[in-house]
Write a protein that binds this ligand. Structure first.
Ligand code: ZN
Length: 388
């Protein structure tokens, strides 16, 4: 990556300054060659009569405004990466959008300032780093300089790095709180529309994982449509909508893209699925409700997904004492499975610490996590029996 340190005067940067009142954005400067507030940037937030005024007062006092960063998009085309709030502030002042108070408490617009003060502002020099490099270099760099102010989240950064038509279209569809589908999508996706969480999710699904989003955006950066993203997204949502009749809050934020990939070729009876989910939802032994949907999709075999409740310490202790007492009376191991064997462990009395609690009747077959259904097994046998 090449970075060049340059010098611009406020006057140069403000040449052709355009401020869009409606969108609250400073748009262009440097005679049209500088995009001040690219699509991905936050709107102008300094217009509060404090931060914008502070920028002008700094210039009048000759204080430095700090480093500004431009990204060289192509020959004769620059974008502001960092500094848009400061630039928009002095741009707006010079074009008469707001006033500052002078030493007598009088409102002063730029046009009413004394000529020497006007000149002081216009001649102020700004230090600007202009950066030119590969997308990943710019991305890293952008992450580094973005430590000041409200940090952009990862998707906002990616939107910045891969800005263009594709991102604009994606945001129109997936980052638009006016989109009437958002409500429906919210059953499956968690997060905030305006912080790019839905757009990120759509990209994650189509690209096959969060780590692939940057790659995907890079490949499609100059596309003039987002058809593939939309189609895949709609397919996943439609599938989930068809298989699961009920909407529960725990469905929000599940890995629907992965679930779709893994299970969409199996056929399901939505009515049966619905009954099973309701039953598991009401099962007090299911600790992780989030796992219910995948558990059911996978044919109800992987109980780890549900984190079925384990026996409490008191139950384990009581069961251990009872088992050990009768085992000693019979001269057999206190692990009922060891007692069935013929090896050296047949009469072994295990310490409590070397045993684990087990469901006699497996939870998946209706066995309860209650004292009557608890047995202590040596660790080896418990592991062998598995979490069924
Ligand atoms: Zn055993």
């Amino acid at each position: 990556m090449i970075t060049t340190l340059s010098n611009y005067s406020v006057e140069q940067i403000c040449e052709g300054f355009v401020y869009n009142e409606l969108e609250g954005k400073g748009l262009f400067g440097l005679a049209g060659t500088l995009t001040i507030q690219p699509e991905y940037q936050r709107n102008y937030i300094y217009a509060d009569g404090k931060r914008d005024v502070a920028v002008i007062e700094s210039l009048l006092k000759g204080y430095p405004l700090g480093l500004i960063y431009f990204n060289k998009v192509s020959e004769g085309s620059l974008e502001v990466l960092d500094g848009q709030q400061r630039i928009t502030s002095f741009g707006r002042y010079i074009t008469g959008k707001f006033a500052i108070k002078d030493e007598n408490g009088m409102q002063q617009y730029f046009s009413g300032l004394a000529k020497d003060k006007q000149a002081k502002i216009l001649d102020s020099k700004l230090l600007v780093y202009i950066c030119e490099g590969t997308e990943s270099e710019i991305k890293d760099w952008f992450k580094t300089i973005n430590i000041s102010g409200v940090p952009l989240n990862n998707q906002e950064l990616l939107n910045a790095v891969y800005s263009g038509k594709f991102v604009t279209l994606g945001k129109e569809k997936f980052s638009n709180s006016q989109n009437s589908n958002v409500q429906k999508w919210s059953a499956y996706i968690s997060g905030a529309v305006n912080r790019q969480d839905f757009w990120e999710c759509a990209l994650e699904w189509v690209s096959g994982g969060k780590d692939n989003i940057g790659d995907y955006m890079s490949k499609h950066r100059f596309d003039d449509n987002i058809k593939e993203v939309e189609t895949y997204f709609n397919t996943v949502i439609e599938w989930a909508d068809t298989v699961f009749l009920d909407v529960e809050s725990e469905m929000r934020g599940l890995e629907w893209g992965r679930l779709y990939e893994e299970y969409h070729q199996k056929s399901y009876n939505p009515k049966v699925i619905s009954e099973r989910i309701q039953a598991l939802y009401g099962d007090p032994y299911v600790k992780s409700r989030k796992g219910i949907w995948e558990f059911v999709l996978g044919g109800e075999t992987d109980t780890k997904l549900l984190e079925v409740r384990v026996f409490d310490e008191a139950t384990k202790k009581a069961t251990y004492s009872k088992q050990t007492r009768s085992a000693e009376a019979e001269g057999l191991s206190n692990c009922p499975l060891c007692a069935l064997g013929n090896d050296a462990n047949r009469a072994k009395i295990w310490k409590a610490a070397d045993m684990d609690a087990d469901h006699v009747a497996a939870w998946s077959l209706g066995g309860k996590t209650s004292p009557e259904n608890c047995q202590m097994l040596c660790k080896t046998h418990n592991r062998a029996k598995g979490n069924r």
